[in-house]
Design a protein around this ligand. Structure first.
Ligand SMILES: Nc1ncnc2c1ncn2[C@@H]1O[C@H](COP(=O)(O)OP(=O)(O)O)[C@@H](O)[C@H]1O
Ligand SMILES: C=C(OP(=O)(O)O)C(=O)O
Ligand SMILES: [K+]
Ligand SMILES: [Mg+2]
Length: 618
């Protein structure tokens, strides 16, 4: 029996689905058609296909969809072929010229883009202020809004020479409130009775009533449960259930924000089943058909123009439409919310590989649940990076355990050579005030001291009153703390286990750790790395050397992705296998731009020629 499924469209183009262990169980059903309507109720999915698609599964492991299916063209990876130039971030260039190598910031900065920062000028101000990655959160706004933001960031990169990468963050399986009918917020006072319901209201929403996005909500909560809004910013106690309505008394008053996240707790612990009980596939607009193959664990989904296969009852919910959107838009990173197991990541990665052969999207696992902590090592191994998503994490584990979880996640990522982002509430008070609290500055410092690759702003940049100031704070605190640690010569003594599987990988790792050690001992001005896929650059970054790392790479997409990693200054440059020529070319290009000068001491490594060269710039 074949190990992967093949789908045939009437137009006869043949789409091979990604080969993956998830697809290996046998399809025990004999050939059979599935009328669309009979699945509607079971999976609570909106079926809006005009063409009434049907799926035929035959016992030889092939499936046929009897309506038009075509693979959407993969987002083309932008590869500039101009061989006589070098491209570097305009802000870094100025910084290098003004302050020299040593002063460049090593910690990367991510800004969530929202209503406060979505305009072209606002985005430019963030780029000037040091934003390395723009994050769009699919929990908010619609796809058109996000598309416009992506388009503006791209334009900024093209017109002004930035290399701001784009991270799309999925909605995940969270339970959240509605958008409050467009109101910016609602105040819940102590002792007030509010109704949380799955009933749909038109324009006539009763007072103190909140819609919940999860159909099973009323069945799953019990009287006495505690309902936490945004991880505890506001709390309610469930006092009565009347059909789809859940009456709650406010016990900790506060502001309810549109689409705020909800968790519920029973006898002091999180009702863990909440993810598992959610419908497997989101019913967000656009999913036109979902069909489950009886007698197997597979579910077929017709998503826009593509048929996809997933496991029924798999306990995660990812919004496949947003993922398709991200692939089509060619985003650089997709961050997956509420990852529970490595399977989820493998599945997504093979899906991305099948749909976008020539673009390379990194998958970032958000660690924000108890399960993700349990399976931490496997999840991080499977991913291209991780995020310490402290907002939801702090709602799922006791708050006092968040710092140690953060430290562990940062360490595991470093050991496994994956970039790690520390996120949420870094400068929360700056949503409203122009200066941070001392405690917030200490928190940012701690993440920098842990040598996380990146820090992320959320509400501070998305909807706060001082997005640029907040960015300036994370930027200046990062630079100051990094400098302090270098001055104190506090190299973090961390065992870095071997991560590669081949002998060649081991050589690369040895070269990078030796080069980093030499760079520290010789106090060189910079490390140069010539890297096509970025692997050598990340191995150098992992060693967290004292000097900045100039990473030369041939494609703009790798250059953007390297922007997330600690200490890397990514340049786009076309180069050959001849290191002598590459070095001479780099020296003359950088000298011409005033970024290096004769006499500077550099160490160069490359993944073409496995060697370490130490030299003064001629
Ligand atoms: N695209 C957007 N449109 C409107 N508001 C947004 C958008 N992105 C973020 N926000 C606002 O910024 C806040 C903080 O963003 P974030 O931390 O990413 O989301 P959340 O609070 O849902 O975890 C959100 O609660 C929301 O109010
Ligand atoms: C970053 C997080 O995820 P989101 O903002 O999507 O809830 C978090 O929970 O900390
Ligand atoms: K999200
Ligand atoms: Mg979250």
């Amino acid at each position: 029996m074949s190990q992967s499924l093949h789908l045939f469209s009437p137009s006869s183009s043949n789409i091979a689905l990604p080969k993956h262990s998830l697809f290996t169980p046998s399809v025990s059903t004999s050939s059979r058609r599935f009328p669309v309507a009979s699945f509607q109720k079971r999976y609570r999915l909106a079926i809006r296909a005009s063409s009434d698609p049907k799926v035929l599964v035959s016992d030889n492991g092939t499936a046929e969809i009897l309506s038009h299916v075509s693979a959407s063209p993969a987002a083309a990876a932008a590869v500039s072929s101009d061989s006589a130039s070098i491209e570097v971030d305009a802000v870094t260039e100025v910084e290098l010229k003004e302050n020299g190598f040593r002063s460049t910031r090593r910690t990367k900065l991510i800004c969530t883009i929202g209503p406060a920062t979505c305009g072209f000028e606002q985005l430019e101000a963030l780029a000037v202020g040091g934003m390395n990655v723009a994050r769009i959160n699919m929990c908010h706004g619609d796809r058109e809004w996000h598309r416009a933001v992506i388009e503006r960031v791209r334009r900024l990169n093209e017109e002004k020479g930035y290399a701001v990468a784009i991270m799309m963050d999925t909605e995940g399986s969270e339970i959240h409130m509605d958008d409050l009918g467009g109101a910016p917020s609602a105040k819940a006072e102590d002792g007030e009775i509010w109704t949380f319901t799955v009933r749909a209201f038109g324009s006539s929403r009763p007072e103190r009533t909140i819609n919940v996005n999860y159909d099973g909500f009323a069945e799953d909560v019990k009287v006495g449960d505690e309902l936490l809004v945004d991880g505890g910013m506001v709390r309610f106690e469930v006092i009565e259930k009347i059909g789809p309505d859940v009456k709650c008394r406010c016990t900790d008053p506060g502001l309810l924000l549109p689409r705020a996240n909800l968790t519920f707790w029973r006898d002091g612990s999180l009702v863990r089943e909440r993810n598992a009980m959610l419908p497997t596939i989101s019913s967000k607009a656009g999913c036109s058909c979902a069909v489950t193959v009886f007698g197997s664990d597979w579910c077929f989904l017709l998503v826009e123009d593509c048929l996809m296969v997933t496991l029924v009852g798999e306990d995660y919910e990812t919004d496949w439409l947003d993922i398709d959107f991200g692939i089509a838009e060619g985003v650089d990173f997709i961050a997956i919310s509420f990852v529970k197991s490595a399977e989820v990541i493998y599945h997504l990665k093979s899906y991305i590989a099948a749909r976008s052969r020539d673009s390379d999207i990194s998958v970032i696992a958000k660690i924000e649940s108890i399960d993700s902590l349990k399976n931490l090592e496997e999840i991080i191994k499977a991913s291209d990076g991780a995020m310490v998503a402290r907002g939801d994490l702090g709602a799922q584990i006791p708050l006092e355990q968040v710092p140690s979880a953060q430290q562990r996640i940062v360490q595991v990522c470093r050991q496994l050579n994956k970039p790690v982002i520390v996120a949420s509430q870094l400068l929360e008070s700056m949503i409203e005030y122009p200066t941070p609290t001392r405690a917030e500055v200490a928190d940012v410092s701690e993440a920098v001291r842990q040598r996380a690759d990146a820090l992320m702003l959320s509400g501070e940049s998305a909807m706060g009153q001082f997005p640029e100031k907040a960015l300036a704070v994370v930027r200046s605190v990062s630079v100051r703390i990094e400098k302090w640690w270098r001055e104190e010569k506090r190299h973090e003594a961390m065992e870095l286990p071997e991560v590669g599987s081949s002998f060649s990988d081991s050589i690369s790792e040895e070269i990078c750790s030796s080069a980093a050690k030499m760079a520290n001992n010789l106090e060189v001005d910079a490390l140069f790395v010539y890297t096509k896929a970025g692997h050598m650059a990340s191995l150098l970054s992992r060693c967290r050397p004292d000097c900045p790392i100039f990473a030369f790479t041939t494609t703009t997409s790798v250059r953007r992705r390297l922007n997330l990693q600690w200490g890397l200054i990514p340049f786009r440059l076309s180069f050959t296998d001849d290191m002598e020529t590459n070095l001479n070319k780099t020296f003359s290009l950088l000298k011409a731009r005033g970024m290096i000068k004769s006499g500077d001491l550099v160490i160069a490594v490359s993944d073409m020629l496995q060697s370490i060269q130490v030299m003064n710039v001629p």
